[in-house]
Every structure is written in structure tokens, then in C-alpha cells.
Design a protein around this ligand. Structure first.
Ligand SMILES: *Cc1c(COP(=O)(O)O)cnc(C)c1O
Length: 402
């Protein structure tokens, strides 16, 4: 920090869109000796996770746990429902939808991406037309990313279900809620979602390492009709284990399970609907600040329309290289780490240095958000990046409900 004092010592703050901040309660639950994996307390505790996971996913149906990150959950969902040569439709509003389609492609599944770019939500009329044209029902599944973490656009999963029903189309509806679960409202059963994938390191507040696939009877019927299913990815023994090891296809991820138990206790103590409300309220403070900065300067929010924005992540842009300059300055001088831009420009290209993201998912509260915004205001000033005034006042006003 030129001419002044470095103030980065103290607790660092990782404000990237996953992994998110891990609560002390979760870390403490994980800090223990390895338990017996054949009998006793771990076995009983694991059984308690399933109903509590279902309550976060808002489903009465099945849950399977995988020792993997979100990419593993993507693969698991595909492996249990589709076979090479099947066609999937992938409406895309960012990099993560493309990523899921690439996983399908790698399994020999035919993919059709309807790409709406990095700034717009799905055009439901266009998707409806495509479904109506599919008279022979070649499309076996529609893969929808609820919140695309690259663009921070939240898409209308319930709207996809209405389209499928209106077209009388039997394709499975699969949702990626890796960024949104526990942050943005999601209702698996009420929205008619057949398969939902998520992972533990975002709204669920656990260090990366386990992921989840929720599936209903219709999806399991698709699984039953496949000629073969990968033994490891098969969701049936995981969802209905006869032996404890079958939950995980092998040794249990013991410490992650203790961490998850603590995280689910926190989520249910707060109430799932209250976690949504908290994320929505905090997001409004962040948007108020970003909109104020952008009023005069060159900072732009990727999603202009508030109703299309995720409550868990905010994608931003400034003329390059100021995005990277700001990120680096904040990390070095304040101990605050913002997210890089993802999928908006080729990684490392000159344009890439204009994009950055704020993660505000999981274990985040009012003073953290004000610290995040105050940090950014400080960085803009320190670096001489032009910006509108009144951002912190606007954020405080939004938090105070005024
Ligand atoms: C983070 C994320 C993924 C990928 O998860 P990994 O754990 O990094 O494999 C996929 N989809 C969305 C929407 C995400 O936010």
C-alpha cells in the first residue's frame, strides 16, 4: 500500500463464489479423531443427514452422496439416466451450463446447447419451440443450471417444467443447484424437478469434497431402463444402502460428514426460508453499492435486471485491467479475496482482467457484507479507479431496510 500501512493481518475473508466461508462450528466438528466406520455413532449420525438434506432440497424423494466436487455430481446424474446416443437439451446463460453439456458429451451423449449468452436469461419461448418440434421425443433430458455462477444469472427452473408439461414432453428435468442451494429459493418437488445436483462447498458451507444427487421415481425409472449403470456412480445402493459402505461406494468421507452435520444443524436452526431471506437481503445491499459505484464510474453489473440476479454471487466488470488490479490490491492490502471472472473472456487475455465476481453464499452476514463493500470502496480509492459516490450509504440503507 503505497505511502501507508498494510492492514491485511487479521482474519482473511474469501469472498469468492465457492468454496465459501466455512463456519467455525463446521471446522470444529471436523477437528477430531477418525471414528470407527463399521459400527457405532458415525453410522447413526449419517442416517440423520439424509432427511435434513432432503429438507434443504425441498424434496420427499431420494438422496445420494458422492465423494466428489460438483463435477462428480454432474457426471453421476448423467450416468444414472442417459446412455450414449441419447439427446439432451441444454439452455445456457453462462459457463456452467456449457460445462455440464461437455460432461454429457464426454459420455457419448448428444448435446444441443441453446446458448443465450452471458448476459441474458433463457428465452422460454425459444425453448418451448424446440420442445414442440421434438415430436419423436428424442430429447431425453433438459439440463438447467439454476444459478450460473459465471454470469450470476438466475434462471427459471419452474418455467422449464411448465414448458415440458405444456408440450406433453416426457424429458427429465435436471437442475444444477450447486451455487443456489441454501441461498436462492429452490423447490425440487413443487417445481417438478426430476434430478437435482449440488455440492457441499457453497451454500452448504462445508469444505469441498462431497456432492449430492437428489432424484425422484421418474428419474429412477430411467435408471432402471438402462442396459448398464456404472457400478461406482450407481445412485441406487447409495440411496438405499444395505451396508454402510454403500452410501459412499467405499470408505465414508468421515470428517466431511461431521462438518455437514454441523452445517445442516445451522441451516435448520435458522430455517431454510430464512436463509433465502438473508441472502436476498444481503444481495440487495451489495446491489445498492454496485449500482451506486456504477452510476458515475465504469463499474458494471453483469445482470442489469434485479429480478434475474442470483442472491449468492454477483458478476462485475470494469475496464481491464482494473478488475485484476482491484482483486490483487484487496488481497495484498486488506486480506480480502474476490472471485476471478469465469467464462466471460479467454482466461488470462487482456479482456479477462476486467471481470471479477463477489461470492456471498453460505456463512455470510451483515457485517461481512459491509466489510466486503467497504473494502472494495477502499480499493477503488487507493487505485484511483473512477466510481460513483454513496455506495456504502446506499448499502447501509438497504440493510437497514430504508
Ligand atoms: C461450482 C459450480 C459447479 C462446479 O462445482 P465443482 O465443485 O467446482 O466441480 C457447477 N455448477 C455450478 C452452478 C457451480 O456453481
Amino acid at each position: 500500500m503505497s505511502g501507508s500501512v498494510n492492514v491485511s493481518a487479521g482474519r482473511s475473508y474469501l469472498a469468492i463464489p465457492g468454496p465459501s466461508v466455512v463456519p467455525d462450528q463446521v471446522l470444529q466438528a471436523m477437528h477430531r479423531a477418525s471414528p470407527n466406520i463399521y459400527a457405532g455413532e458415525l453410522i447413526e449420525m449419517t442416517a440423520t443427514l439424509i432427511p435434513d438434506l432432503r429438507r434443504v432440497a425441498r424434496t420427499r424423494h431420494h438422496a445420494a452422496i458422492y465423494i466428489s466436487n460438483g463435477h462428480g455430481a454432474w457426471e453421476a446424474a448423467l450416468q444414472n439416466t442417459l446412455q450414449p446416443g441419447d439427446l439432451v437439451l441444454v439452455p445456457a446463460s453462462g459457463r456452467f451450463a456449457i460445462g455440464w453439456s461437455e460432461m454429457a458429451d464426454g459420455l457419448g451423449i448428444e448435446t444441443e446447447v441453446l446458448d443465450f449468452g452471458n448476459h441474458a436469461p433463457w428465452n422460454l419461448d425459444q425453448i418451448a419451440e424446440r420442445l414442440a418440434a421434438d415430436k419423436e421425443h428424442r430429447i431425453k433430458a433438459v439440463l438447467g443450471v439454476h444459478v450460473d455462477t459465471s454470469s450470476s444469472i438466475r434462471n427459471d427452473i419452474a418455467g422449464l417444467r411448465r414448458l415440458l408439461d405444456a408440450a406433453g414432453h416426457p424429458a427429465l428435468l435436471m437442475a444444477d443447484c450447486i451455487a443456489s442451494l441454501g441461498c436462492d429459493r429452490f423447490e425440487m418437488d413443487d417445481w417438478g424437478v426430476d434430478v437435482m445436483v449440488t455440492a457441499c462447498q457453497k451454500g452448504l458451507m462445508v469444505p469441498a469434497g462431497i456432492s449430492f444427487v437428489f432424484f425422484n421415481g421418474k428419474a429412477d425409472a430411467a435408471r432402471a431402463a438402462l442396459p448398464r449403470v456404472s457400478r461406482y456412480w450407481d445412485w441406487r445402493p447409495r440411496a438405499n444402502p444395505e451396508e454402510f459402505y454403500q452410501y459412499f461406494g467405499g470408505t465414508a468421507p468421515t470428517h466431511h460428514l461431521y462438518g455437514l452435520r454441523a452445517a445442516l444443524d445451522m441451516i435448520h436452526a435458522e430455517g431454510v426460508e430464512n436463509t433465502w431471506a438473508r441472502h436476498a437481503h444481503l444481495a440487495r445491499a451489495i446491489w445498492a453499492a454496485c449500482e451506486a459505484w456504477g452510476a458515475e464510474g465504469a463499474l458494471k453489473m453483469n445482470v442489469p435486471d434485479r429480478s434475474l440476479r442470483s442472491n449468492a454471487v454477483t458478476a462485475l466488470h470494469m475496464p481491464p485491467p482494473d478488475g485484476t488490479r482491484l482483486r490483487q490490491w484487496l488481497e495484498e492490502n486488506l486480506g480480502l479475496t474476490l472471485g476471478i471472472g469465469l467464462g466471460m473472456a479467454p482466461s488470462g487475455s487482456p479482456e479477462w482482467h476486467g471481470f471479477f465476481r463477489l461470492g456471498h453464499m453460505g456463512h455470510v452476514n451483515g457485517h461481512m457484507v459491509m466489510g466486503l463493500l467497504g473494502g472494495i470502496e477502499t480499493g477503488l480509492k487507493a487505485l484511483g479507479i473512477p466510481h460513483g459516490r454513496g455506495a456504502l450509504e446506499a448499502a447501509a440503507g438497504a440493510l437497514a431496510g430504508r
